[in-house]
Design a protein around this ligand. Structure first.
Ligand code: KIV
Length: 266
């Protein structure tokens, strides 16, 4: 099976091919995604919220990201695996950022890392890209900035902040990122950024004109029905319902002595 590479992702934009991206955090889910034709698996720090139950992504540690990335990378014969750099793993110094990016490649087995932030993170992106670690940027609604933003709010609604986000996009591309996630921005702004950049944009809550799209796997599979989902999420399955049904049937079988049956015994 041919592995998806960073140059191929860049080529997909040139050829006008849309780039399907999903998050995954475990071996079992990554194995399914890898054999379903997804181009990139993002090991997002959203793992902290959807797998560990944290209220934000802020508590996620490097060790947790290495653990999730290693599990996902082991399952991927084909997908490009990109690992999120968690909060405070790249903000303190460029040297620390390089070391931590290196851990996600060396210990986690990722093919690249993702960093939130625009102009202010350009130097860090440049330093990591310069040691041949591919970097995916992430601008607009950046979940690690939840306290500054005052919640998970759509960014770039007015002219001034839209201009700032366009500047962020240009700075991240110029610093050497091979692609950029555009999260939670108006569709016309994402369209303008996508037309301006030569590297692919991957949208989440950024409309249809991005070069690719990403969703949090647990959201699109209907695995967190206790949460109110943002408007941009399309739910493609009700796995919570499927799992609940199976668990209830198992419980009943055990309680009523139907499981294990003869064929499950040695
Ligand atoms: O952490 C994550 O899953 C992400 C995506 C939503 C882009 O950053």
């Amino acid at each position: 099976m041919k592995k998806v590479t960073v140059p191929e992702i860049i080529k997909m934009k040139r050829e006008g091919k849309k780039i399907p991206v999903l998050t995954a955090y475990t071996y079992s889910m990554a194995r399914i995604l890898d054999s379903s034709g997804i181009a990139i698996i993002l090991v997002g720090d959203s793992a902290g919220m959807v797998e560990a139950g944290y209220p934000t992504t802020l508590p996620v540690t490097m060790d947790e990201m290495v653990y999730h990335t290693r599990a996902v990378a082991k399952a991927c014969a084909r997908c490009l695996v990109i690992a999120d750099m968690p909060f405070m793993s790249y903000q303190v110094s460029v040297e620390e950022a390089k070391k931590n990016a290196g851990r996600l490649i060396k210990e986690g087995g990722a093919g690249g890392v993702k960093i939130e932030g625009g102009v202010r993170m350009a130097e860090t992106i440049r330093a990591i890209a310069s040691i041949d670690i591919p970097v995916m940027g992430h601008i607009g609604l950046t979940p690690q900035s939840v306290h500054r933003m005052g919640g998970y709010r759509v960014q770039g609604r007015d002219e001034k902040s839209a201009e700032k986000i366009l500047d962020d996009a240009k700075a991240v591309e110029e610093a050497g990122a091979f692609s950029i996630v555009l999260e939670g921005i108006p569709a016309p702004l994402a369209e303008k950024i996508t037309a301006t950049l030569s590297v692919p944009t991957i949208g989440i809550g950024a409309g249809p004109h991005c070069d690719g799209q990403v969703l949090v796997l647990n959201d699109m599979l209907g695995l967190n029905r206790d949460k109110k989902l943002p408007r941009f999420v399309k739910r493609y399955a009700d796995l919570e319902g499927v799992i609940k049904g199976a668990v209830k049937e198992y419980k009943k079988d055990v309680e009523e002595g139907r499981f294990p049956s003869k064929k499950h015994c040695y």
